[in-house]
Design a protein around this ligand. Structure first.
Ligand SMILES: [Zn+2]
Length: 747
């Protein structure tokens, strides 16, 4: 289960390249210098910083009616501040242009931070309405700054003079990011080019929205219809009843309808005993929106690829991937492609080995056929159940929410970084289920505030995430105020609150993001803490998951809620062994999707324009997948192009970025290896990681950062080992012995 820090992304994306995120000290532009006489003063709660400790938001003083006026005033003030920068009679300098820009938009940042935190975790109809009303205005506001030619002229003047300026590393990075962000938006283009980019942006916005709607229609409006109950044999009574009700609703009374789910694989397949019905359901999913029915997204795919390639060419880039990856750690498509291609041999071998194992399991089960994708999970699950005998409910009894947090997550942070935590009850919260803590640093000083919002509720969107109410920043003299939001089902009143092992991992994961925010040590808020590249931000959070099952941490928090007995170590051993099972499929389908994304994004304008019929879209996808050398007919990609929402739906999304999930996992697994080779859970290791990675924000090259930490470049081998995908014959043998069928299944 991957979690995201979406709130940060949303707020900063809305505010654009010159975003400042909100924070503390009362120091507005109005008293910063004399050239600001025309800047309006805000009114209401968001006009100034909160007076609570650490400038934590005072939810007791905020009402829903405050948002619209605060957004509008915030934008007006921001605009006036930008005008003041542009109209400054002095020659452009780092201070009067770049830093002034970084300081601008403070009221807007304040309101956006609180508002988007609440629309994510505790929304109301009114907040949703405000969101719909304000979002296009924020986008237009952001564009008006990013694409302002007079502002860019000043930024460029400072940038062009950079060699002659004395700057800190962080100053230099802020200058570079500000300049490149504006260039990336189109500041260096001719008027005609910029006009074409705007056209492309608006066309892309329409077509990708249409893609999303069509892909959704292919799931929601075109369920798979089965004529007889026998075809659904193996499903639960309630699944069958739902299918019957859904068929009636769809105008097929007396039949059964199953709606497709997002991915190529379908969750009901493992339970279906009728093989022909499995094939029918799977093939409907696989051929979704590819013209097999009246829904065909292939023309949209072709258009999106061509428009993106054209846009890249206007910027002088060879392809969309090169354009889109400008601020990523991997930076160049070849780096991301090469990294994934290195996994292919081991992965292909594992796919073949798993298929052979499943062929055996099918035989043992009395079947006389070779495994196909629609059989895969049915037999893989059987082998897995026989081999690992996992009882997740029994495990949950060892994971009590408050103990996991305080004796697990906080305990690990104490051992590694010397942090300590004190629960507080004096801060206003936006929901009674939110807990707050003061975080104390290794020297006993106050480091920041941590909000923990664990429970599912209808007003919260799905998933888990971290963000800041206040960013660490020396510019504003602010310390971090950070929240983690999860979706743990709440126990009935009076019962002990237990959590699943998945949620235990998510708690460690989200707190990994929080540590990245707490240890921020930056001057500028836009480079602070988790303000890092998309293919880097999930790395520290994944690393922190390692402590969830580290023996010393585990034995401190995982105790049976009734008996207090520590968790039996074989439970954890089984979970860890099971995590290596079926990776040829689980991991393979993700790698294939990531490679497919990159193939689409790596087309030149001419290549993309040549894919101009639906048939050519199918052909390109097939050829791209075949080139990989993976077993694509046994293990199809997690998403085919025609329903790959991450890359073709909505604004750029994860286009040329789906690999990020794998990339950060590589960094994570390699870092875990470093920790274990250096003694595991020690203060020395924690301090070193804090110094080299967690405290550096977005201020330096990410490879350099990794080398400072590990003493070498990141290596893909530990990830492959963790996935049970070690290259070479020797490894294949050891996997076979680990993967040997238990006697009762092998027959
Ligand atoms: Zn995350």
């Amino acid at each position: 289960m991957k979690a995201h820090i979406l709130a940060t992304v949303a707020a900063s994306a809305l505010l654009g390249a010159c975003a400042t995120t909100p924070g503390g000290e009362i120091e507005t532009m109005a008293n910063a210098n004399t050239a600001v006489a025309n800047i309006p003063q805000g009114t209401g709660y968001f006009a100034s910083d909160s007076t609570l400790p650490f400038h934590a938001p005072d939810f007791s003083k905020i009402s829903e009616d405050d948002y619209i006026p605060a957004f509008e005033q915030g934008m007006a003030i921001h605009k006036a501040e930008i005008d003041a920068i542009i109209n400054n009679p002095e020659a452009p300098t780092f201070s009067n242009t770049i830093v002034a820009l970084e300081k601008s938009g403070r009221m807007l940042g304040r309101v956006a931070t609180v508002f988007f935190a609440l629309t994510g975790s505790n929304t109301t109809d009114r907040l949703d309405e405000i969101n719909t009303e304000i979002s296009p205005k924020l986008t237009a506001h952001s564009d008006s700054i990013t694409l302002n030619p007079e502002l860019f002229a000043r930024v460029k003047a400072v940038y062009d003079n950079r060699a002659a300026m004395a700057m800190t590393r962080e100053d230099a990075k802020l200058l570079e990011d500000t300049y490149e962000g504006m260039v990336h938006a189109g500041a260096l283009l001719t008027d005609a080019q910029r006009a074409r980019v705007k056209e492309i942006n608006s066309e892309l916005s329409e077509i990708t929205t249409e893609f999303g709607q069509e892909a959704r229609a292919a799931m929601a409006d075109q369920p798979v219809i089965f004529d007889t109950r026998e075809e659904l044999a193996g499903l639960s009574e309630s699944d069958i009843k739902s299918a019957a009700d859904f068929a009636t609703e769809k105008g097929h009374p007396g039949k059964y309808a199953i709606a497709l789910q997002n991915t190529t694989q379908q969750p009901l397949l493992p339970n279906m005993t009728n093989r022909a019905a499995r094939e029918k359901l799977f093939m409907a999913s696989y051929h979704r929106a590819d013209g097999t029915t009246d829904i065909d997204t292939r023309p949209l795919v072709a258009k999106i690829a061509a428009l993106r390639a054209e846009k890249a060419s206007l910027f002088g880039e060879p392809d969309w991937a090169t354009y889109a990856m400008w601020d990523r750690m991997a930076e160049k498509p070849a780096t991301a492609l090469g990294f994934m291609e290195r996994m292919v041999p081991a992965l292909a071998a594992t796919q073949r080995r798993e298929a052979a194992m499943l062929d055996e399991a099918i035989k043992a089960d009395g079947g006389n056929f070779e495994v196909k994708p629609w059989d895969w999970y049915r037999y893989a699950n059987k082998v897995k159940a026989a081999r690992y005998d996992l009882d997740e409910d029994a495990m949950t009894e060892y994971f009590q929410l408050d103990k996991v947090l305080e004796d697990g997550v906080f305990y690990a942070a104490n051992k590694l970084y010397g942090l300590s935590f004190e629960r507080r009850t004096d801060l206003p919260v936006y929901h009674p289920d939110v807990w707050t803590y003061t975080v104390f640093d290794r020297d006993g000083s106050e480091l920041g505030i941590f909000y923990f919002d664990p429970f599912q509720r209808p007003s919260k969107r799905g998933g888990a995430w971290m963000s800041n109410f206040v960013d660490q920043s020396k510019l504003w003299n602010t310390k971090p105020v950070i929240y983690n939001v999860l979706n743990i089902p709440k126990a009935p009143a009076g019962e002990v609150q237990l959590v699943s092992f998945d949620n235990v991992n998510t708690m460690f994961h989200e707190f990994g993001h929080a540590l990245h925010g707490f240890f921020a040590n930056q001057t500028y808020p836009s480079l602070s803490g988790t303000a890092v590249a998309r293919d880097f931000v999930e790395y520290p959070s994944q690393v922190n998951e390692v402590w969830a099952t580290y023996p010393e941490v585990l034995s401190n928090y995982a105790k049976h809620y009734r008996t207090g007995e520590p968790i039996p170590s074989e439970m954890i051993t089984k979970i860890e062994a099971a995590a290596k099972f079926n990776q040829g499929y689980d991991f393979g389908e993700t790698v294939e999707a990531a490679l497919l994304d990159m193939k689409w994004a790596a087309l030149s304008k001419e290549q993309a324009e040549a894919i101009n019929t639906p048939a050519k879209v199918t052909e390109f996808e097939r050829k791209s997948l075949e080139e990989l050398g993976l077993e694509i007919d046994l293990v199809p990609p997690r998403y085919r192009s025609t329903y790959f929402n991450h890359i073709f739906s909505g604004p750029a999304g994860y286009s040329a970025g789906y690999y990020s999930y794998l990339w950060t996992e590589m960094l994570d697994r390699d870092s875990r290896k470093w920790f274990m080779e250096n003694g595991g859970l020690t203060r020395a290791n924690g301090d070193h990681y804090r110094e080299t990675v967690l405290s550096t924000g977005g201020t330096m090259d990410y490879f350099e950062m990794f080398r400072n930490f590990a003493g070498r470049d990141p290596d893909v081998t530990p990830m492959l080992e963790a996935r049970g995908l070690v290259p070479g014959d020797e490894a294949a043998d050891s996997e076979v012995s680990d993967g040997a069928l238990p006697a009762d299944t092998a027959g």
